[in-house]
Ligand binder design. Structure first.
Ligand code: SF4
Length: 100
């Protein structure tokens, strides 16, 4: 398993680095499928998911899913559900990825 020496060292491996389509304000509806495709093949999906869970992030793309801002009760429930799903998926994502 990959051992990181610095907290956000994994970000350098992110497939979305410097990709404007991952900035929500710049994302067009036509880009969604491509964003998901990029996340599908990203080598640091497990780290991205762990970051989302640990930091309880919102308003960003995480491993192909939009984690919404908790602007109302429904969005808050969706967000909490995504955090739970992300947490559960990390072991499988790590196993699937193998070493990098
Ligand atoms: S999985 Fe995370 S780090 Fe990788 S491309 Fe998607 S949003 Fe970026």
């Amino acid at each position: 398993m990959k051992r990181w020496t610095r907290r956000f060292e994994w970000v350098a491996y992110a497939a979305c680095a410097n990709d404007d389509r991952f900035v929500l304000e710049r994302l067009s509806p036509n880009d969604v499928a491509e964003v998901r495709r990029i996340c599908d093949s990203c080598p640091v999906r497990p780290e991205c998911l762990k970051w989302a869970v640990d930091e309880q992030v919102s308003g960003v793309w995480v491993a192909g899913a939009l984690f919404p801002d908790p602007v109302d009760e429904r969005a808050e429930q969706v967000l909490k559900s995504l955090w739970r799903l992300a947490k559960r998926s990390i072991p499988g994502e790590l196993a699937r990825r193998g070493d990098i």
